[in-house]
Design a protein around this ligand. Structure first.
Ligand code: 5AD
Ligand code: FES
Length: 329
């Protein structure tokens, strides 16, 4: 598909059911019926950046900030491993309290549990990425958010799109399985730009692509913007499946935050991964990148069983392996 063909599919609300059906077939053919679970721990909401869309941006002074100390983090992960998770995703704001050494020690401790470790801690240096990889980090998630550089620089003051892209290339070079992705429905983002984003992710040959609707947060400069629609996010995700048939695609939390069946709809329209929250207690409430985030009052045990039931209710099964991308081409 070229940009124009992608654009047509993005615009075509009327026939989206057919697109979803095709994406579901391709998903089944290439990655099968297993849904891979990734246990997500959000371990710090402290961030040096000030992204216009994000609820944990530095200038949100209303938010109380937390950091989970390494010992507690490792204990939480141990419990998640006991619940059966084979992949742990460690996500945080860009919080430099977690130095290279600190993160390396945490990663090494978690690797002892025989799980795949995914990092999602933002932009760091090549030396950091290299050190994390050497102590066993397997995967890295960092969305490019948008490939429209002007829009990116308006939304992410003081950040550089080029450096972010460079980070993605460094991660690839270091042999990480690479996850990236975008938000859809950003203010000033056109469908043509989303089509370009999809082609960018295809060219980069990402191993995982996370696509979610933008949801305006009241304590950000974009409080009064329109958010993205679930359906546009689903169409974008379905097209991603057609473009990169063998990758991992999560049914994103933001989708379910807009609709109680958001993740199920996604799993039936091309997605094959879910990332249940394994963060404990009060911390969940404090990691609201956007309002209405689901699972704020649940425990890791509740999320694990909730999502397990949902997956089985649509005739799918839970993956028992690490759920790495198996390249077909
Ligand atoms: N709405 C939806 N998604 C958001 N993210 C950050 N803020 C928002 C928001 N307001 C997404 C970004 C980021 C990921 C962790 O969460 O894409 O990469
Ligand atoms: Fe958290 Fe359903 S996944 S309550």
């Amino acid at each position: 598909m070229n940009g124009e063909e992608i654009l047509k599919l993005l615009e075509d609300e009327k026939n989206e059911a057919e697109l979803f059906r095709q994406a579901d077939l391709v998903r089944k053919q290439y990655v099968g019926d297993e849904v891979h679970l990734r246990g997500l721990i959000e371990f710090s909401n402290i961030c040096r950046n000030n992204c216009m869309y994000c609820g944990i941006r530095k200038d949100n002074k209303k938010l109380s900030r937390f950091r989970i100390e390494p010992d507690e983090l490792v204990k939480t992960v141990q419990k998640a491993v006991n619940l059966g998770f084979r992949t742990i995703v460690m996500q945080s704001g860009e919080d430099m309290y977690y130095t290279r050494d600190k993160l390396c020690r945490i990663i090494a401790a978690i690797k002892k549990f025989d799980v795949a470790v995914t990092l999602s801690v933002g932009e760091r240096t090549f030396a950091d990425y290299k050190a994390f990889r050497e102590v066993g980090a397997d995967r890295y998630l960092m969305r490019i958010e948008t490939t429209d550089k002007d829009l990116y620089h308006r939304l992410n003051p003081k950040m550089s799109w080029d450096y972010r892209y460079e980070c993605l290339l460094m991660l690839k070079e270091l042999g990480y399985e690479l996850g990236s992705g975008i938000m859809v429905g950003l203010p000033g983002q056109s469908l043509k730009s989303i089509a370009e984003d999809l082609l960018f992710l295809k060219r980069l040959d990402v191993d995982m692509a996370g696509i979610g609707p933008f949801i305006p947060h009241q304590e950000t400069p974009l409080a009064n913007s329109c958010g993205g629609s679930l359906h546009l996010a689903l169409r974008t995700m379905a097209i991603m499946r057609l473009l990169l048939p063998d990758i991992n695609i999560p049914a994103t939390t933001a989708m379910e935050s807009l609709h109680p069946k958001g993740r199920i709809l996604a799993l039936q329209s091309g997605a094959n991964v879910v990332m249940p929250n394994i963060t404990e207690g009060e911390y969940r409430r404090l990691y609201q990148l956007y309002p209405g985030k689901i699972c704020i009052n649940e425990t890791p045990v509740q999320c694990r069983s909730c999502i397990g039931l949902k997956i089985m209710s649509i005739g799918r099964k839970i993956g028992m392996g690490y759920g790495s991308r198996k390249k077909v081409l």
